[in-house]
Design a protein around this ligand. Structure first.
Ligand code: ATP
Ligand code: MG
Length: 154
């Protein structure tokens, strides 16, 4: 499928606007027009839903989430950053593993099975893309998804 990136991301952000409002977190989108990619729309929606649900889950009231996309290396980079609790450096290499959750006790009440990011990585890989995460505890987290303009799922 041909995906117009700005429209796709606007709809993604829209799905979370109510939840963000309730959590007193703002979500911002920056994306240039005329940016396109080919891929499986359902799968890419699930990628974004997982990333945004994480950002919302781990960002306290008053925080800020930004979604920014730009053309890069013959593809599109989508960057989701938040001003949330962050991830300790020793946990960072494991967050894409199945069932891995940071500080299980602290996270228990937030719910989740630890599968979201493993699925994200799988779906991005199926598109021939890459995903990585940077984080500073108590400052925030940034996840970057890079997708080739013509994904292998297209
Ligand atoms: P699920 O997605 O299956 O509902 P989950 O959100 O706990 O459960 P993942 O999405 O795979 O699982 O994330 C794994 C862990 O990485 C989380 O439990 C959390 O500890 C950490 N994490 C992920 N995203 C963020 C983020 N934006 N800020 C802080 N920690 C995060
Ligand atoms: Mg998750």
């Amino acid at each position: 499928q041909d995906i117009e990136v700005e429209r796709w991301l606007r709809q993604t952000v829209q799905r979370f606007s109510l939840q963000a409002e309730r959590g007193e977190v703002s979500i911002h989108l920056t994306c240039p027009p005329d940016l396109y990619l080919q891929g499986d729309r359902d799968m890419l929606d699930r990628v974004m839903d997982n990333l945004l649900s994480n950002a919302l889950k781990f960002t306290p009231p008053g925080g800020r989430i930004t979604v920014a996309a730009h053309a890069q290396d013959g593809g599109v980079a989508v960057v989701v950053s938040d001003t949330g609790q962050g991830i300790p450096p020793e946990d960072l290499p494991h967050v894409f593993d199945r069932f891995y959750r940071v500080e299980k006790s602290r996270n228990r009440r937030k719910g989740g099975s630890g599968l979201g990011l493993a699925l994200v990585r799988e779906m991005v890989k199926l598109h021939g893309g890459r995903v990585w995460m940077e984080s500073v505890p108590n400052e925030g987290t940034t996840v970057t998804v890079w997708l080739p303009e013509r994904g292998s799922r297209a």
